[in-house]
Design a protein around this ligand. Sequence first.
Ligand code: BG6
Length: 477
Amino acid sequence: MKKETQFLWGGAISAAQSEGNYLADGRQPSNFDYLPLDDRRLKAVYKNQADSILASIGDEIYPGRNGNDFYHHYREDIGLLKELGVNSFRFSISWSRIFPTGEEEQPNEAGLKFYEDLLTELEKQQMEPIVTLSHFEIPIQLVKKYNGWEDRKVIDFFLHYGKTVMTRFKERIKYWIPFNEMNMVLHIPFIGGGILFEEGKDNLSMQYQAGHHQLLANALIIQAGKEIDPANQFGAMLAAGKTYAYTCDPKDVFAALQQERENLLFSDVQVFGEYPKFFAHYIVEKNLKLRIDQEDDEILKKNTVDFVSFSYYSSACTAAEESGIDRVATNGYTTLRNPYLPKGKSVWQDDPLGLRITLNQLQDRYHKPLFIVENGIGTQDEFADGKVQDDYRIHYLRGHIKNMLLAVEEDGIELMGYLMWGIIDLPSVSEGKISKRYGVIYVDQDDQNKGTHQRYKKDSFAFYQKIILSNGAVVFE
Ligand code: BG6
């Protein structure tokens, strides 16, 4: 890659999956802290079952409450990342550390102090912070009282939170991502929107309404953020991955197009400042009941994003008639198994060329700088004698980074950076298990939260270090 480009090589984590210490220093729980360690995690939570999930009783393990103890290990972690050579680090601020119930007037000083100290550490190590305001988190009181993002009032609470941190950390944070993977509210509504479903209610409309409120909140954060500091840059963030047609039958191609535009709906609005044309028909077809006020159009139009960030783990595959075709899990939902992709170490299908295709697709559509803010492989690792020989992760990194660099060099993609996801092992969102590991840094902790939390460098650590040092060249050797 060209040396003069200010490419951001880094790693990413979220507060909910890393910090732990969920009641420390005045914090109160968020939706994420109520996700149990079983397959209820990804399901829509219904109001009538919510009591058992929100009761927080018994010996159940709630991985969000433990994270990987980043709250106490952040200095050491940033030190290790410095040794790795990264020049940037993405983390999220936990809303309920700053406003424990979401409704306070005054912020929790201890919460602000934690992030202030973290920023000081990053500045010392010359790392650019990339900060997400809501990475699958909303204070639980806002879930119980307002049904999360279903209620328009939540926009004001979020704005108050956003303005508070953007003012406090003015000139210390330039890159902001108001919401992580906004399109996830359509797949994992309790995690993505803090909303509880109700039997007999129009839950699909509720999901889109919550999404609309997040879009408004995103736009108002941009408006406020630019007033606070015009140098602030804001990014859309979507769970990306090109949707392929299962065959070249035009019916399959059309099915893929339809799935794709649903997936890109929120980022379309964030970039273009308006809903795409198809959505008016979609509303009628699905009989969606949405409240979109006239003033909303103006707010969305005036406050669009500066860049488009995304996570990429795999591509997806769809057909007009899907019955009888094998399915496979991917990020937050299931998709058709792509017969052209070899079986990798992870359950999710690896598709390194899919990253290049996705980069091209997003640039063609959005004409904005792109930013890969999550990519990585979640697998079981074998830890012995302080070592992890994760050649599969090295293989994954090589393939994906090679395709990313080809996209930049040969396809003219304008790319701000590459952040490896879960750079320090953390509990997975879908499984809740830390035994599904993403990091180049191993954390001595098991799924029951037993262990010393000590950090170790995996073999992939040295490889990613070489990638950064050579500005990518090593992946072509
Ligand atoms: C992304 C999320 O969807 O995928 C992360 O932003 C998440 O928070 C990552 O960890 C990987 O998914 P999972 O389910 O393996 O943790």
